[in-house]
Write a protein that binds this ligand. Structure first.
Ligand code: EPZ
Length: 418
C-alpha cells in the first residue's frame, strides 16, 4: 500500500504547470469511438482513470498508442460493444462509451457503474436521453442494453444538470438524423472542450457552454488532432495549497476563466490573485478569512473544489458554512480533517466550520479523489507529520502531485509500505 508522508509548516513558493484535465480527457477519449479515422490527443494526463478508459477502449478493439502525454486511437476495428462490469466498476465515467457505441454501431451493452463513495450517482438521465433518440434500452443483469437502427434527433430536457449526461447525449446527437436540442445542458468547460473536439471532427454544434446545445446530425465524423484543456480542479487545488500555507505560487498553462468562482472566493478569503491569459499568480499572507461556499453547476462554485476549501476554512479566522448541493455524501473528508483538530459540524448538506489556530499532523485515510486532495492540503499546513493512506484515490485524478508540491518546497514523499 502506498501512502504520502507530509511534514507541514512550509510556505509553498515557485511555479508549477497544470496537467491536462481528467474530466475533459475521459469524454474526449470516448469520442474516438465516433469515427473510423485516427484520433490524436495531446496533453492527455497520466492518471489511473485515463489508463482505465484506454484499457476499456482497447477491450472494445481500438488500436491505441501512447507516447507520454500524446495518445493516438483508431476505432476502425471495434470488435465488441460490451463494456464489462470488471472495468466499469473501477471508473463510472466508463458510461461515456455508451452513446458513442450506439451512435456509430447501433448497439451497446455497458455495465451500470453502480454508486461510489460520494453518492448513488445514477445514470437514468443518460438512459432517458438515449431512449428519446429512439433507442431500445433495457436493464439486464446490471447492464444497460441499447439497440437502435438509427438515432433520430429530438429535444431532450434533463431533470437536472448532468455533466457526463450532457456529454454522452451530445456525442449521440452528432450522428443522429436531424436536429437535437439539449435543454438544461451542463455548461462546464469540459463539456465545451468535448464540443470543440467534436466540431473539429466535423460535427455541427452550437450553444455549447450554454444550457441549450443545438446539434445538426451528420453522416460521419472524421479524425483530428486535439489538445486536452488544462485541469481546472488541479489548478484550484494548487491555489488552495498555496493559500493555506501562506505561500506565493504561479500556476502556468491554465485558463483562469475556468476558475472564476474559485478565484472570487480566494480573493474573499484575503489572497492576492493576479491572472494572465494562461497563468494564475496567488500570494497569501497571514491568516485567511472564512468564506461561505455553496456548490452548484458551472459557472458557480464547483463541487470538486468543496473539500479543498473546507481544509482552507478549517484554519481561517472565523466561522463559515459549506453547503454541498450536487452529491449526497461528499463530506467524508470531515472526520479525517477532525483528526487533524479541525472544528467542523455537519448538519445535513451543510458543514459548519469554526476556524482553529492550528492543525496537528496525524495519520489520515483518503476516501475519494477530492477528499484526498483536501487531506494533503490540510497536512501541508498542519504542525508536524501526517500520513495519507489509500492514495490510489489521489492517483485517479492528480498527476505527480507530490512531485509538483515538492518542487514548490513542500516536505512530502511517497512511501511504499509492504
Ligand atoms: C462529473 O460527474 C465529474 N466527473 C465529477 O467529477 C463532478 O463532480 C460532477 O460531474 C459534477 O460536476 C467527470 O466528468 C468524469 P453529474 P458526473 O452527472 O457527470 C445526479 C471528480 O472528482 N445525476 O453532473 O457523474 C448525480 O447523482 C469527479 O473529478 C442523476 O441523478 O456528475 C448528481 O447528484 C467526481 N442521474 C448530479 O446529478 C443521472 O443520470 C450531478 O451529477 C446523472 C446525474
Amino acid at each position: 500500500m502506498q501512502k504520502l508522508v507530509i511534514t507541514g509548516g512550509r510556505s509553498l513558493k515557485g511555479e508549477v504547470q497544470a496537467s491536462g484535465a481528467k474530466n475533459a480527457a475521459l469524454p474526449l477519449l470516448a469520442a474516438a469511438l465516433l469515427t473510423d479515422e485516427e484520433m490524436t490527443f495531446l496533453n492527455v494526463p497520466d492518471l489511473a482513470d485515463v489508463k482505465t478508459m484506454l484499457k476499456l477502449l482497447e477491450q472494445l478493439g481500438c488500436q491505441i498508442s501512447r507516447d507520454g502525454h500524446k495518445v493516438v486511437i483508431s476505432a476502425r476495428e471495434v470488435l465488441s460493444t460490451v463494456a464489462p462490469y470488471e472495468l466499469v466498476k473501477t471508473m463510472r465515467a466508463s458510461i461515456l462509451v455508451l452513446c458513442p457505441l450506439v451512435a456509430r454501431f447501433g448497439h451497446a451493452k455497458v455495465s451500470l457503474p453502480g454508486g461510489c463513495a460520494i453518492g448513488a450517482r445514477p445514470v437514468d438521465q443518460h438512459i432517458k436521453g438515449l431512449k428519446a433518440f429512439g433507442t431500445e434500452v433495457s436493464i439486464d443483469h446490471g447492464y444497460v442494453k441499447a439497440d437502435a437502427k438509427e438515432l433520430v434527433g429530438t429535444r431532450i430536457i434533463t431533470d437536472m444538470v448532468t455533466v457526463t449526461g450532457t456529454e454522452n447525449l451530445l456525442m449521440a446527437a452528432t450522428l443522429a438524423k436531424g436536429r437535437t436540442v439539449l435543454e438544461n445542458a451542463a455548461r462546464e468547460p469540459e463539456v465545451v472542450d468535448l464540443a470543440k473536439c467534436l466540431k473539429a471532427m466535423g460535427a455541427n454544434i452550437s450553444g455549447d457552454g450554454t444550457d441549450r446545445i443545438i446539434v445538426e446530425g451528420v453522416e460521419k465524423l472524421h479524425g483530428c488532432t486535439y489538445k486536452v484543456m488544462p485541469d481546472r480542479i488541479e489548478v484550484g487545488s494548487f491555489l488552495v495549497a498555496a493559500a493555506i500555507t501562506g505561500g506565493e505560487v504561479t500556476v502556468k498553462d491554465c485558463n483562469p476563466a475556468d476558475l472564476e468562482a474559485v478565484i472570487v472566493k480566494l480573493r474573499e478569503a484575503g489572497a492576492d490573485i493576479k491572472t494572465s491569459p494562461d497563468s494564475i499568480h496567488i500570494k497569501a499572507q497571514g491568516r485567511l478569512k472564512p468564506v461561505n461556499i455553496r456548490t452548484a453547476p458551472f459557472p458557480a462554485f464547483p463541487t470538486d473544489m468543496q473539500a479543498q476549501f473546507m481544509a482552507l476554512n478549517a484554519l481561517a479566522n472565523g466561522s463559515s458554512q459549506i453547503t454541498e448541493t450536487i452529491f449526497e455524501n461528499r463530506f467524508m473528508h470531515v472526520p479525517e480533517l477532525q483528526r487533524l483538530g479541525a472544528d467542523i459540524a455537519i448538519d445535513g448538506h451543510t458543514a459548519m466550520v469554526n476556524g482553529v489556530d492550528k492543525l496537528l499532523g496525524a495519520p489520515l485515510m483518503a476516501t475519494d479523489l477530492r477528499a484526498s486532495a483536501a487531506l494533503v492540503i490540510a497536512a501541508l499546513a498542519a504542525e508536524g507529520e501526517s500520513t495519507v493512506d489509500r492514495i490510489y484515490h489521489l492517483d485517479r485524478g492528480y498527476e505527480k502531485m507530490e512531485e509538483k508540491l515538492r518542487s514548490l518546497g513542500a516536505n512530502i514523499i511517497r512511501r511504499f509500505d509492504k
